[in-house]
Structures are given as structure tokens and as C-alpha cells.
Design a protein around this ligand. Structure first.
Ligand code: NAP
Length: 455
């Protein structure tokens, strides 16, 4: 049987070894999930909510253990891992409280005696998830899907299998019936067989656009619904009326949080000509001063990347950009040592056609560009294959809102870094995917929106 060895990206040491299950075994688990679905869908919102509150308590109670596990497996700075677990509890409580309202029947006045829309569960949802928020990404799909009466099975990223099993265990600890949520420790190549299986009704994927294309095309062949949460290259426009200290603090954190590996991280900074030089100088100073190191140390600003191959891939993109005429202002050199570390890096003088302009840099490397004016800034921001998040930093909220409305993205924030919040929908356009998670929009993705007409 194939196994997967877990490596601590901070040290390069082996930390775990998990046996893979075969696709046959995974299909048996999916069949068990389908069987459980027939019971689970009969539960009331109140019954499901009781379990969700219990799950939130499990996250609270085991926060330190789960946070340490995430940090060990993918290198997130420990304080940010703790926040991630807190957010999981928040999502559980949000949907426990609101799911019945979000999925309440909607009466529609027609010539019928009675006509309304009702939202019914659809079955077993397959989730293919990434490692960068190893607890939260899973919870973000699972909680609304389960509150809607579906069951869920997870194919998690190979390097965070400890987290995948911990999440499965958390559901059991909270008292969920076995089968409502299950981890399938299969290889990526087996996902096709799972999608094709009759017991899987829909697929949600969070990952790269390349994986998205593959999974969506298989699902399409099988006429199964998908939600795609893919990559991003979020643009932040920095206008000439900003407080530069504040803007550069946000920019530094936005680029380095989660060791630079957040889909909605600030990746491209589009800076108004009048303040470009001052912004770049201060941003460079702060990026340089940010402390890189062991992610279990409380005082570290950012840690290693999640895997050595991902670090090498990012370095390749930086080198390619320089070859293409981009200019390196900071970083760009792999440090000595065993961990998958990559230093805070800044690239400038970028043009369309260059790697850093066209593609996502999924690590601590920032692109900084100069904009002539507001119109040019929006043009540069929208000149991207992606459309996940985006932002505007300005001293004038109205000016910021005007630009935010013109940005081609699923979210545009003014004077704040984009975050995912259970009260608001989250997702992208263009190659960042389609469909939405969270809020009412997320819980309505995996339900049968059904019309009832009583003549
Ligand atoms: P990835 O390589 O696409 O992997 C994501 C998941 O897909 C993993 O479980 C992976 O399994 C699996 N997978 C890989 N190739 C597959 C295939 N051909 N068929 C089926 N499954 C496959 O992405 P990643 O490197 O883990 O994550 C980084 C990307 O995710 C970035 O682009 C980031 O922007 C994006 N992301 C988007 C969001 C969002 O909400 N929009 C959130 C977080 C991350 P293995 O680990 O076994 O390969």
C-alpha cells in the first residue's frame, strides 16, 4: 500500500507516515456516507445545530493541539494557526445559529393556492482541499454543506493528513454520526474515480487553477455540479492620499501572512505615481525587517513555505521574472539550511508577459507597479487572468469605493485586507473560479432549490 511521508517544512525532518487507502476503499467509505445521508437529512436544523455547537467547543478545547499540528505540517506561524482554529469555531457557531433562516422556505405570490421555494439536501459532497489553511478550508465547505443536510467526504492535500484525520476526529468527538464527515486519504490521481462514482453528487475544490480545470472537466463529463475556489493574484491599489505608514504596514502583513501562501494575499501593489518611490522605500524597509524563522516561535513574523518543491517553484518564478526584465529590489536568494524558507522578496518594473505580472506568486514575493492615475491603476489591476480579492488604500472612502466597484474580483475591500467572513460570500471570477462559499450564497450551493406549486 502506498504511503505518504509528512515533512516538517521548518526543519526538513520526517514527522509522520500515513498509509493511503485505495480507491476501492474510498468508494466503500463514500457508500457508507451515502447510507448515513438518508438519516442525516431527516434531522432538524436544531438537531444539526446542537452538534455544530459541540464541534465549535471541540475546536476551542483542542485549539493548542490543532494549532501545533498545523504549524508542524505546513509551517504556519503558531499565533496564526491558533487564529485559524478560532475561526473554525466561529463558522460552526455562525451556521448553527443562522442555517435555518438562510434555508427557510420562500413564499412566492403566484396564481397558485400556495407556491414556494424550498431548499433540500442533495447527497454526498466530495471536497478536494489545499494545505494552506488546513483546518479552515475544510470547515468552510463542511459546515454549510452539513447544516444543509448533506454529508461530506474529504480528499485533503497530501502534506496535511494529520490535520485531515484531526478534523474527522473532531466531528466524532462532537458526537456526529460516523459517515456524516469522513477523511479519504487517497492520492490525487484517484479523485477522478471518486467523481465518477454515482454516490458523489457534487464537488467543491479549493486549489490551483490547473487542478480546477482537471476536476471541473471530469465533473462536467459526469454532469455534476462544482464550486471552484482557485488561485488569485490580488491587486491592491495604493492611492496618493494614503497614510504611508499604515498602508505599508498593511501591505507587509498582507504579503507575508501565512508565509505568503494565502489565496487572497495582497500580491500585486499598484501604487500611484506621486507616492511610488516613498511607498517602495518604506515597504522595502518593512519587508526586510520582518523576522523570518521557526514558526513555533511566538515572535516570528513569517515562517517557511509549506513544501520544498513549492519554495523552489516560487524561486524559479522570481528568476524567470528577472530574466524577462523585471528588477529585484529585495530577497530572491534561497537561504542556507534545511527548512523550506524563502525570504521576503520584492519585484518591480513589471510588464504584461512577465511571470510575476501574469501568474500567481504563492509565497512571500510581492510585485510593485506604478500607476499614472486612478484609471490606469484600475486598468493594471484588472489586467489579470485572476479575480479573487482586491483592495484600495486611500484617505478618501468615496474615492476608494468608486474604484472598488470597478475592480474585477469576487471581493474588493477599502482600507482593509480582504478576509473571508462567514457573514459575507467568498469566491472569485475569471480563473479564480466560480460559485461562492459562506453566508447564504455558500449554503445554497449544495441544495436542490425546489419549486412547490399547489394549484
Ligand atoms: P493544488 O496543487 O491544486 O492542490 C489542492 C488539492 O488538489 C490537494 O488536495 C491536491 O492533492 C489535489 N490535487 C492536485 N492535483 C489534482 C488533480 N489533478 N486531480 C485532483 N486533485 C488534485 O493546490 P495547492 O498547491 O495545494 O494550493 C495552492 C493553490 O490553492 C493556490 O493557487 C491558491 O491560491 C489556491 N487557493 C485558493 C483558495 C480560494 O479560496 N480561492 C484558498 C486557498 C488556496 P495532493 O496534495 O495530493 O496533490
Amino acid at each position: 500500500m502506498a504511503s505518504r511521508i509528512g515533512i516538517n517544512p521548518a526543519t526538513g525532518e520526517k514527522i509522520s507516515e500515513y498509509n493511503r487507502i485505495t480507491s476501492r476503499e474510498a468508494l466503500d467509505k463514500i457508500a457508507a456516507s451515502k447510507k448515513e445521508y438518508h438519516h442525516w437529512k431527516q434531522k432538524t436544523f436544531e438537531e444539526r445545530a446542537t452538534l455544530m455547537y459541540a464541534l465549535a467547543d471541540v475546536f476551542d478545547k483542542n485549539k493548542e493541539e490543532y494549532a501545533q499540528l498545523a504549524t508542524r505540517e505546513m509551517g504556519k506561524v503558531i499565533g496564526q494557526s491558533r487564529k485559524e482554529i478560532e475561526k473554525c469555531a466561529l463558522v460552526c457557531r455562525y451556521y448553527a445559529e443562522h442555517a435555518s433562516t438562510l434555508l427557510a422556505d420562500e413564499t412566492v405570490k403566484t396564481e397558485a393556492t400556495k407556491s414556494y421555494v424550498t431548499f433540500q439536501p442533495v447527497g454526498v459532497i466530495l471536497a478536494v482541499m489545499p494545505w494552506n489553511f488546513p483546518f479552515y478550508q475544510v470547515i468552510r465547505f463542511a459546515i454549510p454543506a452539513l447544516m444543509g443536510g448533506n454529508t461530506g467526504v474529504l480528499k485533503h492535500a497530501s502534506n496535511v493528513q494529520g490535520c485531515a484525520f484531526a478534523i474527522e476526529d473532531a466531528f466524532l468527538k462532537a458526537g456526529f454520526p460516523k459517515g456524516v464527515f469522513m477523511n479519504l486519504n487517497v492520492e490525487a490521481k484517484d479523485v477522478k474515480i471518486l467523481i465518477e462514482n454515482k454516490n458523489i453528487v457534487a464537488i467543491t475544490l479549493t486549489g490551483s487553477d490547473a487542478t480546477g480545470r482537471s476536476v471541473a472537466s471530469i465533473a462536467g463529463q459526469n454532469l455534476k455540479k462544482t464550486v471552484m475556489e482557485l488561485g488569485g493574484s490580488d491587486a491592491y491599489i495604493i492611492l496618493d492620499d494614503v497614510d504611508l505608514e499604515e498602508a505599508t504596514d498593511l501591505a507587509t502583513f498582507g504579503r507575508l501572512q501565512n508565509n505568503g501562501q494565502t489565496c487572497i494575499a495582497a500580491k500585486r501593489f499598484i501604487v500611484h505615481d506621486a507616492i511610488y518611490d516613498a511607498f517602495l522605500a518604506l515597504f522595502t524597509k518593512k519587508m526586510k525587517a520582518a523576522k523570518m524563522g521557526d514558526p513555533t516561535n511566538e515572535d516570528v513574523y513569517y515562517g517557511p513555505m509549506a513544501r520544498h518543491d513549492l519554495r523552489d517553484e516560487l524561486h524559479g518564478q522570481v528568476l524567470k521574472t528577472i530574466e524577462q526584465g523585471g528588477r529585484l529590489v529585495l530577497g530572491g536568494v534561497i537561504p542556507e539550511g534545511k527548512g523550506a524558507y524563502y525570504p521576503a522578496t520584492i519585484l518591480v518594473d513589471l510588464e504584461p508577459g512577465m511571470e510575476a505580472f501574469d501568474n500567481e506568486l504563492f509565497g512571500p514575493a510581492a510585485s510593485v507597479m506604478r500607476a499614472k492615475d486612478d484609471v490606469h491603476a484600475v486598468e493594471l489591476a484588472n489586467n489579470s487572468q485572476f479575480g479573487l480579492g482586491s483592495g484600495v488604500f486611500t484617505g478618501n472612502r468615496e474615492r476608494g469605493e468608486k474604484l472598488a466597484l470597478q475592480l474585477e474580483a469576487g471581493s474588493s475591500f477599502v482600507n482593509k485586507l480582504v478576509v473571508s467572513d462567514p457573514r459575507l460570500p467568498f469566491g472569485g471570477i475569471k480563473n479564480s473560479g466560480y460559485g461562492r462559499e459562506l453566508a447564504a450564497y455558500g449554503i445554497r450551493e449544495f441544495v436542490n432549490t425546489k419549486t412547490i406549486w399547489i394549484a
